[in-house]
Ligand binder design. Structure first.
Ligand code: EPZ
Length: 419
């Protein structure tokens, strides 16, 4: 077992580069399977979700190679299996994109229900509703989802909730359907646009990604392509928060797309933090204790739920009372109990957390309950007086490439040890 040991109180200084976007990558890999050909994906993050997905598609007959610079070659001409027996699908949520990709390519697929972070109910009814509208028969039995269609046909689908996963999955599934598919009330996250761009580079005709309505004109077949994933806006936001966490911090975060960081930048500025964009980098400086703010998580371009947990420790030490309203996931406050062990004064009532800022958190032994909770506890450890131990690191490893290495390069006293 491994844990992180963090000695708090040192302001971060220096430059750090952001890796490729996790939530784009976990959709790009399944999307690559649409072509009976070779795809090369560049700038992928070296994280556990990517290696698990690699194992799953290899087991299905694809040949996959990834180098240490994050370039993955996927040869899917040998893909022979649309029944995904691999229990690993339960290790990550995004395995649901295999449903859309294999349904489109083979007209059938069966797979165990996907897993992922425990952050509340995670239904996939909108995915299923969309697959049915495209002409698939759907069966769910003993935890296995099976989809079958003689020929998918374009359809008009209005999503009841704005869902990133359903938007991407239906976009993938509709690429080779007969006729045109119109998806309405869709998610506008940067990774939705990234996947649409990749699909288009493979020969698909997807228009409107990044707006409320996406139109997909079905094509006969898709071909291989070389494509570079966008930088991870949540990783970038996490380092922006970490830079602001300790007065005296001065960090330049490189390889970012500034537009993707508007909401986190605006919130940090409201807290009194200096944020300056320059080309594809952002400099974050903080000289004083941050001011309290209210945050409501919303679909893009609103404040991302995935940064709600990482920013909580800042609010825990801010001047005054802050309020967080989590409107996406009802169970995304499991980090709060851990932060309380570090002295935080936080009350959670349903989807709202009220945070009374205290002078200083104190180091404690805490446990990551999910991916972004892990990031929150690491940031709390950087801020706290004394030593913090963070365990359950597999959650962090699912989605952050070399978190402790990047933080150590900024001067943080953090190390991973076996115990
Ligand atoms: C994606 O999850 C991300 N995961 C999550 O990131 C992120 O928190 C979430 O989008 C919101 O931005 C991946 O991309 C792999 P949704 P996803 O479908 O697609 C409801 C992280 O930390 N809903 O947009 O599963 C749902 O309950 C992770 O990196 C339905 O009701 O999220 C939620 O309230 C965690 N029915 C809301 O919609 C459905 O069929 C948004 O979910 C689908 C979703």
């Amino acid at each position: 077992m491994e844990k992180l040991l963090i000695k708090g109180g040192k302001p971060l200084k220096g430059r750090v580069a952001v890796s490729g976007a996790k939530n784009a990558t976990v959709a790009l890999i399944p999307a690559a399977l649409l072509a009976n050909d070779t795809c090369v994906l560049e700038n992928l993050p070296q994280i556990r979700d990517v290696s698990v997905l690699k194992e799953i598609v290899e087991k299905m007959g694809a040949k996959v190679q990834m180098n240490e610079r994050g370039t993955m070659e996927i040869v899917s001409s040998g893909l022979c299996n649309s029944h995904i027996s691999n229990g690993k699908v339960k290790e990550l949520r995004a395995s649901y994109y295999l449903l859309g990709a294999l349904l489109a390519r083979f007209g059938e697929v069966s797979m165990a229900y996907p897993g992922g972070c425990d952050i509340g109910l995670r239904p996939i009814d909108q995915h299923i509703k969309g697959f049915k509208a495209l002409g698939a028969e759907v069966e769910i039995e003993h935890g296995i989802i099976s989809l079958k269609a003689k020929k998918l046909a374009g359809a008009h689908i209005f999503l009841d909730v704005v869902s990133v996963g359903a938007t991407i999955n239906l976009m993938i599934a509709a690429t080779m359907a007969e006729g045109t598919t119109v998806l309405e009330n869709v998610a506008k996250e940067p990774h939705v646009v990234d996947v649409a761009n990749f699909l288009n580079s493979m020969g698909a005709e997807v228009k409107g990604a990044g707006t409320d309505v996406i139109k997909i004109r079905g094509v006969e077949r898709m071909h291989g392509s070389t494509y570079m994933a966008i930088p991870d806006q949540i990783e970038a936001g996490t380092y922006m928060i970490a830079a602001a966490a300790i007065p005296g911090g001065d960090v330049v975060i490189e390889s970012v797309i500034p537009k993707h960081l508007d909401s986190i930048a605006a919130k940090l500025i409201e807290m009194g933090v200096e944020v300056q964009f320059n080309g594809d980098s952002v400099r974050v400086r903080n000289h004083r204790r941050p001011k309290s703010v209210d945050i409501k998580t919303l679909p893009y371009p609103g404040f991302p739920t995935d940064l709600q947990q990482p920013i909580t420790p800042l609010l825990a030490q801010a001047e005054g009372t802050s309020m967080i309203t989590e409107s996406i996931w009802e169970g995304r406050f499991r980090h709060v109990d851990e932060l309380k062990r570090m002295g935080a004064d936080i009350k959670v009532e349903g989807r709202v957390a009220v945070i009374e800022g205290i002078e200083s958190l104190s180091g404690a032994r805490v446990s990551a309950t999910d991916l972004r909770a892990g990031a929150a506890l690491v940031i709390a450890g950087l801020m706290a007086k004394g030593e913090t131990e963070v365990c359950n690191l597999f959650h962090i490893d699912r989605g952050y490439e070399n978190l402790e290495g990047k933080l150590a390069s900024l001067g943080a006293e953090i190390k991973r040890i076996n115990y």
